[in-house]
Design a protein around this ligand. Structure first.
Ligand code: PNS
Length: 171
């Protein structure tokens, strides 16, 4: 039985991520999406918001589940008795970073392999950072995100505008 962990920040999860999840789910018996509790970055969405969105958009996939994790990825993989880590590769520029992480993970946990899926060409330019940048300037993000996630992004930025407005009034 092949169990895969698909780790990431998913802040927010994009159509590119969803494509990798759906393709992994076809190949693996089980796919565990690992949402990183990233203490060094200030995320747009909290971990629980990211987990909830991922659960909603993968509800149609019976063999996919979502968990959050902190600490080392390989420890999370061992804890779940998983066999492989799945990562998407958009372009050559991703390769260097991904290779470095995969090799480091192999040194600290020789029993875990990383497999790479090439991103669907439709989404080869897409990243969570680009989506956040477009959304911050009120651009149209609907082509980048599952509809539910696009709605949550719109809500988040509306909340931010209201918050900033209130702060301006206070000053
Ligand atoms: O979506 P991202 O932000 O590119 O995902 C990066 C991720 C989660 C795969 C990476 O940061 C990670 O594995 N972090 C956990 C900490 C860890 O195990 N680091 C050692 C790898 S050398």
């Amino acid at each position: 039985m092949a169990i895969a962990v698909y780790p990431g920040s998913f802040d927010p999860v994009t159509l590119g991520h969803l494509d990798i999840i759906e393709r992994s789910a076809k190949m693996m018996d089980r796919v565990i999406i690992g949402v990183l509790k990233n203490y060094s970055k200030t995320p747009l969405f909290s971990v629980s918001e990211r987990v909830k969105m991922l659960e909603s958009i993968t509800a149609h996939l019976d063999n996919v589940e979502v968990q959050s994790f902190g600490g080392l990825l390989v420890d999370f993989v061992h804890m779940n008795h998983a066999d492989v880590i799945v990562r998407g590769l958009r372009a050559v520029s991703d390769f260097e970073y991904e290779l470095q992480i995969a090799q480091a993970n192999r040194v600290i946990a020789a029993d875990i392999d990383t497999i790479f899926l090439t991103t669907n060409i439709k989404y080869s330019y897409l990243s969570s950072s680009i989506v956040k940048e477009v959304a911050a300037f009120d651009g149209n993000i609907d082509a980048f995100l599952p509809p539910l996630v696009a709605d949550e992004m719109h809500k988040k930025f509306r909340e931010q505008i209201v918050r900033e407005g209130k702060e301006k009034i206070k000053r």
